[in-house]
Design a protein around this ligand. Sequence first.
Ligand SMILES: Cc1cc2nc3c(=O)[nH]c(=O)nc-3n(C[C@H](O)[C@H](O)[C@H](O)COP(=O)(O)OP(=O)(O)OC[C@H]3O[C@@H](n4cnc5c(N)ncnc54)[C@H](O)[C@@H]3O)c2cc1C
Ligand SMILES: *[C@@H]1O[C@H](CO)[C@@H](O)[C@H](O)[C@H]1NC(C)=O
Ligand SMILES: *[C@@H]1O[C@H](CO)[C@@H](O)[C@H](O)[C@H]1NC(C)=O
Length: 498
Amino acid sequence: MKLIKQLDIVLLLLRCILSFNFIENINSSPNLPCLSSIEGPVIYPDDIRFQSLIIDYNIRVNYTPSVLIYAINEADVIKAVKCAVNSQNGIIARSGGHSNEKYGLGGRNDTIVLDVTFINDITVYKDHRNRNVAKIGAGNRLGNVYNKLNQEGFFIPAGSCPSVGIAGHALGGGYGFYGREYGLACDNIISMNMVDAKGNLLENIESSNHYFDLFFALRGAGGGSYGIVTHFLFEIHPIPERVTYMSLEFNAAQVQQLIKAFNEAEINPRLENKTTLRMKLEKKRSILKLSIIGLYLGNRKRAEAEIDKLLTKTETTHEPKIKPILLEYVEQTFFESVETLATSSEPPSPLQSKYEVVSPVHNIFKVKTFLVKQGEGLTRKAIDELVKFLNEVPCDTSATFELWGGKINHRDDTSSFIHRDVLYCIILTSETSKEQSTKCVDKINDFGRYFQSKFTSYYSYQNFIDRDLDDWETSVVTEDHENTCKGHMDTLMPRVML
Ligand SMILES: Cc1cc2nc3c(=O)[nH]c(=O)nc-3n(C[C@H](O)[C@H](O)[C@H](O)COP(=O)(O)OP(=O)(O)OC[C@H]3O[C@@H](n4cnc5c(N)ncnc54)[C@H](O)[C@@H]3O)c2cc1C
Ligand SMILES: *[C@@H]1O[C@H](CO)[C@@H](O)[C@H](O)[C@H]1NC(C)=O
Ligand SMILES: *[C@@H]1O[C@H](CO)[C@@H](O)[C@H](O)[C@H]1NC(C)=O
């Protein structure tokens, strides 16, 4: 429970930092009088708390908002949007602040940032159709969501990094170790409340009412585009009784064989949807490492059979079975796996500072993603080029292969998430120092352009937003997307806010 407790503590800390604002409105420069009736803290740049509250996860790029508003209810969101519209300012929502390009701060200077951290209620109940559901405030972090739902015996499929915000995450898809069996986070949204660009609160945005087009658009096209979501209603699932965490290490020279096995993950014999694997090829201090972590939603015996399936795949082609250097299975409870995966996603820091909003432990990095389609796994040549790049790039860089497929590939005309034919998503991450940042970013961008044009699909994953893509408008969402939403176009927030 350690990790999750710390999440709560930081939230408490954030409350403390902000609390005296409730008692005594000392906002030094009420530049925008129309914000004065907002109940939550409204913090301007000349406030001593301001700087520490705008440090988000990736500190490679930094922006300064014109004002930071912590809404405590939907009425605050409405007031803030109306004020922004009337004063002709851009306004953007921030949930967990994990946007790789800082779009939670607007991706530029002088935006009004509406932070939803304090809209963080979670209520579990049965709906009128007897489904188990949870109403989840948009300010919750994934760690809180797993923790609260687990106490009631439930979960939603989502990512493994506990400090990621539920809103940005679920609006752009949201994959994790449960996705192949239960779908993406966005697939499990039943309904939403959202404040639109005119400051109207739209309640119960669902597939079966006149908001169906907005429902479609919000489920998977990426956050920050259509309005400010205040609450989600999620379908929740009973937690699996036992799960098995797997950790494997290989000799980096086995990378060709291992990626070949990944290429064949969904063909005879296919891996179960209950098996999710994350393979990582990383260069750290000039040394290449190859490893896999994974989760099987069942007991250890069956997990072992799945790994065996993967590692014997190349046998048919007269190649020897791939032998790991290290192989570990840990059968555990569902929640133990949430905690194990959390620490493998983010290396624990001494302070375990999960809440970047208030604590100064962050990363400087650039991420690019490549979606590889079913039946079109990386070729030998592509793998050679990738290894060559990793060896040459002057900063610590990794390529993570997230196995998608299973229910993630279930197409559904009530979701705008278009990547439904993906075998794996490659996440290329360069961690840099401030000094090396420009050099590394240029290198990874150049390589990305080449690699994508030659070896992978045209598409990238919108939740790892990448402002250096040449044509991001079409590479992460569908072109006809806006047409589909025509019915509500007049009420939608324009993309220019970004
Ligand atoms: C360390 C790390 C690990 C990650 N792991 C995974 C993973 O396992 N799986 C995965 O799918 N993704 C993962 N991601 C990506 C993550 O899902 C996205 O970055 C997501 O957008 C973050 O959401 P956020 O609310 O934390 O970020 P924010 O920066 O607050 O918001 C991101 C975007 O969503 C918008 N937004 C935020 N709140 C709202 C709202 N209430 N209404 C409307 N729009 C809103 C913002 O305006 C912004 O455009 C990871 C990212 C990081 C940095
Ligand atoms: C944003 O503002 C900061 C100072 O507040 C400045 O250093 C930076 O250059 C600005 N960025 C852009 C893109 O204008
Ligand atoms: C795995 O997922 C696929 C895609 O949604 C589905 O067709 C298949 O039935 C699932 N398999 C099992 C055993 O549930």
